[in-house]
Design a protein around this ligand. Structure first.
Ligand SMILES: Cc1cc2nc3c(=O)[nH]c(=O)nc-3n(C[C@H](O)[C@H](O)[C@H](O)COP(=O)(O)O)c2cc1C
Length: 214
């Protein structure tokens, strides 16, 4: 995709308020969006988030009561709901589990990662437990940006949402048992012909940065 096509995709996308409830997203397109999200970069490459992609109508419906009122029509009409979650117990064990996987993936001795391990643990432990969750959220939000861009590239409509009750989502999704919490949601689908938001012109502030030397 050229930079020009990418810009066109970003101009095409908007936070969709109402989806065409009769149109599912083809499985291969959903798989591409998930793969793009998986490729998102993260600090120390720890990827401290998980992506749940719900496509079953009853599972999405079960979350409607935990969603703020203005966002409910999005859940009622979307084809899929992406839920980005973050761990609430980031610590040494996170780094250890991650490096076990890296060593296995690369086929290298686990001991060769001792220095990286010490640095990553030091990095995490320098933060309070609350700051660690916030750090994980920042990484999840970067993945959110990648996900939204991938949707636009695939001409799949989306609406990112922070309007939900996290505790109730966590409970409904069984996250406390996994020591995870909900960070952000994205409703996915295809815009409904009656979505009034589609006609609202996009507003963005004028960017102030200029290439240096210009
Ligand atoms: C992190 C985040 C949370 C958002 N939460 C909501 C939400 O709960 N409900 C909603 O309708 N829109 C939500 N939005 C959409 C924004 O309002 C929208 O992206 C912004 O107004 C720009 O409009 P555009 O995306 O249509 O260009 C959210 C966007 C982001 C990035």
């Amino acid at each position: 995709m050229s930079a020009k096509d990418f810009l066109e995709a970003l101009r095409w996308r908007y936070a969709t308020k109402l989806f065409d409830a009769t149109r599912p997203i083809p499985a291969d397109v959903l798989a591409q969006i998930v793969e793009a999200t998986r490729l998102s970069p993260s600090s120390v490459n720890l990827q401290p988030y998980r992506l749940m992609l719900l496509t079953e109508r009853d599972r999405i419906d079960a979350l409607i009561p935990a969603t703020w009122l203005p966002n409910r029509p999005k859940l009622q009409s979307c084809a899929a709901l992406a839920v980005l979650t973050v761990p609430t117990d980031l610590g040494d064990h996170t780094v250890e589990a991650f490096l076990d996987q890296v060593a296995a993936h690369k086929g290298i001795p686990r001991e060769s990662l001792a220095e990286v391990e010490a640095k990553a643990k030091g990095f995490l432990m320098a933060m309070t437990p609350e700051a660690r969750i916030e750090w994980a959220r920042r990484q999840a939000f970067l993945a959110l940006g990648t996900l939204l861009s991938a949707c636009a590239a695939a001409r799949v409509d989306s609406c990112p949402m922070e309007g939900f009750v996290a505790e109730n989502y966590d409970r409904a999704l069984g996250l406390p048992e996994q020591r995870m919490t909900t960070a952000v949601l994205v409703a996915l689908g295809y815009r409904d012909a009656d979505d009034p938001a589609a006609a609202i012109p996009k507003y963005r502030r004028t960017i102030t940065a200029e290439p240096s030397g210009s």
